[in-house]
Design a protein around this ligand. Structure first.
Ligand code: GRF
Length: 204
């Protein structure tokens, strides 16, 4: 399965996908890393691994989201991308783009959805006093951080945690979860059934 990974910054989840794809038995490869920011650290990770990169800057299409997304869409199609993985991509995608990649577009979010959609999830988890927090990989729908859940990982909230410590624990879980979710899709084991994803085959 050919992946297109969309980033805006650091790219640690991209790195986890690069590392996973390096294993000979992993059923996916990264065809393109696309960033909306030219200085994203993740672009260097991709080039370092010999992966094609592209920058489609929202600034070059100032105020014209349709043109920005059409440029991204063309770039992804030209690269033969079959599944888009959002990995710290910080632009909200329009219903047009989401519809065009319906069921072929996934996101990783740093909370146990449907709790804590949006930003600043670790601090909000601490403020709410939940005892477990975590991360979610889901198919993207037009509403932010909504869509059929493919996989989740929980981590405990521990005494003395601050947002940074808790966030690092979640991030470590993200780096295992994202490749796992991609594998489920690539192996045809994550079947969308209405608002849900049914996982078929043996438990991981
Ligand atoms: C991750 O926490 C991811 O869940 C969220 O944005 C962050 C991206 O981090 N969507 P990185 O760029 O993958 O290091």
């Amino acid at each position: 399965l050919k992946l297109g990974v969309l980033i805006s910054g650091r790219g640690s989840n991209l790195q986890a996908l690069i590392d996973a794809c390096a294993a000979p038995d992993f059923p996916a490869e990264i065809a393109l890393v696309l960033s909306n920011k030219a200085d994203a650290l993740g672009l260097e990770r991709a080039s370092g691994a010999g992966i094609a990169t592209a920058v489609v800057s929202h600034r070059d299409h100032a105020g014209d989201k349709a043109a920005f997304e059409a440029a991204m869409d063309a770039t992804l199609r030209d690269a033969g991308v079959e599944l888009i993985c959002l990995a710290g991509f910080m632009r909200l995608l329009s219903p047009w783009f989401v519809g065009r990649w319906q069921d072929r577009l996934i996101n990783i979010h740093p909370s146990l959805l449907p709790s804590f959609k949006g930003l600043d999830t670790h601090q909000r988890a601490l403020t709410t006093g939940v005892r477990f927090h975590g991360c979610t990989v889901h198919f993207v729908r037009p509403e932010m951080d909504e869509g059929p859940i493919i996989a989740q990982a929980a981590v405990p909230v521990l005494p003395g945690d601050d947002a940074a410590r808790l966030g690092q624990r979640v991030l470590d879980a993200e780096h295992k979860l994202y490749p796992h979710a991609v594998r489920l899709i690539a192996e045809g084991r994550a079947r969308i059934d209405g608002d849900l994803v049914r996982i078929e085959g043996p438990a991981p």
